[in-house]
Design a protein around this ligand. Structure first.
Ligand SMILES: Nc1nc2c(ncn2[C@@H]2O[C@H](COP(=O)(O)OP(=O)(O)OP(=O)(O)O)[C@@H](O)[C@H]2O)c(=O)[nH]1
Ligand SMILES: [Mg+2]
Length: 437
């Protein structure tokens, strides 16, 4: 199997809103009509959209940076700038999205057509007609468009295996996968060798194929988070057929059935629907001395078991001698043929999760004050810088409005507390002005 790209880092840069305009109506005989500057249009957002035709994140290998267009600027005669089109990026079903700045998962995209905004376009700045009031009927104030969001994200594709290998640690799940597919998972005599599922393709001589994944070992309490637990029950949720591997080599003759029951119990505690998923019981390590004896005892116990809706088939194997392996793969393919395709069945039941992007500046102070070497006072901080970006410095009235906004945020007071003097220089980004009380 070729390498399976299942994790990529991307950049999303949304468009800036268009600038609002300062303009006045020009009518015959009316020297200065009312304000007529229109608003800017909305900047384009970047949106991930589930496309059921995609199977991998391969396309992102060469295309990792996504940009959306800026909104159009507002115009005279009250005309609003055009909204920019959103940039829609198709992703496969089962894509999980993580914000790399916060480390948080912001969405889990499951259903065909589902969308998740990963970078919001800025809103358009307001034109001067919006700032008109009885006190100021002809304002020369307009806002610039809001900057678009920039986000660094990681996409991860949950594997969509047709067949999941489940069972206690060390029962031989990874060994079976390595025998029937080209995958080369780590195999070792200690428990929890497999930390994340491995995926391989099984190809039958008759041309049928299916994807198989080994799972990290489950133990009692997995549904409550014991062991590697919960995270992997989610993977199991997305497989159509389960092969339940049980080690028949134990010295304890009751162990096989006890473990079989406790795994089923964990599946049921996580989601009772999982027990309805077709299961084939696969006794493993049948080459070991006491395996046949253990299997006979296990079968007897199984006859009295009522955990599953129907008694599953039992297909013993040895990965070492290869006994039973071909039959098991044929039977697995036959069960898959009878099982409705996963996409139409389970995806529709599952809901996508949208946690949304946390505002980057949510925890930050509104502004911070520092000083350059030459004594210039420097104002920074996400909120203040955004306000600044949205101020149209070409018009004095806009500048005055910005000054009022700063005062309102407590900037003047904070500067004075730090000892600023009249006439000192203050800088925001590359804009320098003089402080005057
Ligand atoms: N005798 C014998 N040993 C086997 C067989 N299959 C696997 N083993 C051994 O059992 C041990 C565990 O095998 P793994 O395939 O790593 O088991 P696993 O279920 O993937 O284990 P975890 O990933 O830890 O959950 C290894 O030492 C294998 O060599 C078999 O058919 N016969
Ligand atoms: Mg393993």
């Amino acid at each position: 199997m070729s390498t399976f790209v299942d994790q990529v880092k991307i950049e999303a840069h949304a468009g800036k809103g268009g600038n609002g305009m300062v303009a006045f109506r020009r009518e015959k005989y009316v020297p200065n009509g009312g304000p007529a500057g229109g608003d800017g249009g909305r900047g384009g957002s970047i949106i991930l959209k589930v496309d059921e035709g995609l199977r991998t994140l391969m396309d992102f290998r060469y295309h990792r940076i996504f940009k959306a267009k800026n909104g159009g600027n507002g115009m005279s005669k009250q005309m609003t700038g055009a909204d920019a089109q959103d940039t829609v990026v198709p992703v496969p079903q089962g894509t999980t999205v993580r914000d790399l700045d916060t480390g948080e998962i912001i969405g889990d995209l499951v259903k065909n057509g589902d969308e998740l905004v990963i970078a919001k376009g800025g809103r358009g700045g307001r034109g001067n007609m919006r700032f008109a009031s009885a006190k100021n009927p002809a304002p020369e104030i307009a806002e610039n468009g809001e900057p678009g969001e920039d986000h660094y994200l990681e996409l991860e594709l949950k594997m969509l295996a047709d067949v999941g290998l489940i069972g206690y640690p060390s029962v031989g799940k990874s060994t079976l996968l390595s025998v029937v597919t080209g995958a080369k998972p780590k195999v070792a005599a200690y428990e929890f060798t497999t930390l994340v599922p491995n995926l391989g393709m099984v190809m039958l001589p008759d041309g049928r194929d299916f994807a198989m994944a080994d799972m990290p070992g489950l133990i009692e309490g997995a549904s409550k988070g014991v062991g590697l637990g919960l995270q992997f029950l989610r993977h199991i949720e997305r497989t159509r057929v389960l092969l339940h591997l049980i080690d028949m080599s134990s010295a304890d003759p009751d162990q096989a059935f006890e473990r079989y029951q406790s795994i089923n119990h964990e599946l049921a505690s996580y989601d009772p629907e999982l027990l309805k998923r077709p299961q084939i019981i696969v006794p493993t390590k049948m080459d070991m001395p006491n395996a046949h004896e253990n299997l006979a005892r296990f079968k007897k116990a199984l006859l009295n078991d009522e955990t599953l809706p129907t008694t599953p088939e039992i297909m013993p194997i040895s990965a070492i001698t290869h006994a039973g392996i071909d039959d098991l793969m044929k039977e697995t393919a036959a069960v898959l043929d009878k099982t409705p395709a996963f996409d139409s069945e389970s995806h529709d039941k599952q809901e996508s999760v949208h946690y949304g992007i946390k505002q980057q500046d949510a925890d930050e102070p509104e502004f911070t004050i520092s000083r350059d070497d030459d004594g210039t006072w420097v104002l920074s901080g996400a909120k203040l810088e955004k306000l600044f970006a949205m101020t149209n410095m070409d018009h004095e009235e806009s500048q005055l409005r910005f000054a009022r906004q700063l005062r309102h945020m407590g900037v003047d007071e904070a500067l004075r507390a730090k000892g600023i003097q009249d006439g000192d220089q203050v800088r925001i980004d590359d804009f320098v002005f003089e402080f005057i009380q």
